[in-house]
Design a protein around this ligand. Structure first.
Ligand code: MG
Ligand code: ZN
Length: 190
């Protein structure tokens, strides 16, 4: 079983722009390619896990989300970086699209997306780390026995001051490239 970084998408891997509904709106951070390439070179799986309730809300479709992920991969490939897999939750209990409007086991911080990665990619969550700009990303890490890192990009700078009681991150860092440095130093088993 291999180690993985479970990476939040919006505000962590790419700019947070609200409900991202078109591939043309994808913008990497200036450091994203270097950060992902470092993980690739270290042999760590890069697995994007993202809540996309815009699907349940009828703002965009699964096909759009898949196009957006193709666009992210295309931009990363320019710098020789790659994501191993993208997993998204299309659900929301208050959604307006019947087939997605429900409570599910894959909306973060629930662990369903990680369980899929474990099944399909043979990753070991206890040797892995989750990185995101929301406390729910850290809560997800706790849920599966991974390390959890909060980044200050996206909503992170605000989130940092709204820490839920009982939840702490293994590290709070400025951005993804700092998170990757922390991972490479602190997780030698990786
Ligand atoms: Mg986010
Ligand atoms: Zn779901």
């Amino acid at each position: 079983m291999s180690a993985a970084v479970f990476l939040d998408r919006d505000g962590t891997l790419i700019e947070e722009v609200g409900y991202l509904d078109r591939p043309e709106r994808v913008e990497l951070f200036p450091w994203t390619i270097d950060a992902i390439r470092s993980l690739n070179r270290a042999g760590i799986r890069v697995v994007v896990v993202t809540n996309q309730s815009g699907i349940a809300r009828g703002y965009f479709t699964e096909a759009t989300v898949e196009q957006i992920h193709c666009r992210v991969s295309e931009l990363l490939a320019v710098g020789g970086a790659s994501v191993d897999a993208y997993y998204y939750c299309p659900h929301h209990p208050d959604g307006s699209v019947a087939e997605y409007a429900r409570v599910c086991d894959c909306r973060k911080p629930a662990r369903g997306l990680i369980d899929r990665a474990v099944r399909e990619l043979d990753v070991d969550p206890r040797r892995s780390v989750a990185v995101g700009d929301r406390w729910l990303d850290v809560a997800l890490a706790r849920e599966v026995g991974a390390k959890g890192i909060l980044v200050r990009t996206g909503y992170g700078a605000v989130e940092e001051h709204r820490r839920p009681a009982g939840l702490t991150a293994d590290s709070v860092v400025n951005n993804l490239v700092e998170a990757v440095s922390w991972i490479l130093v602190n997780m030698p088993a990786i």
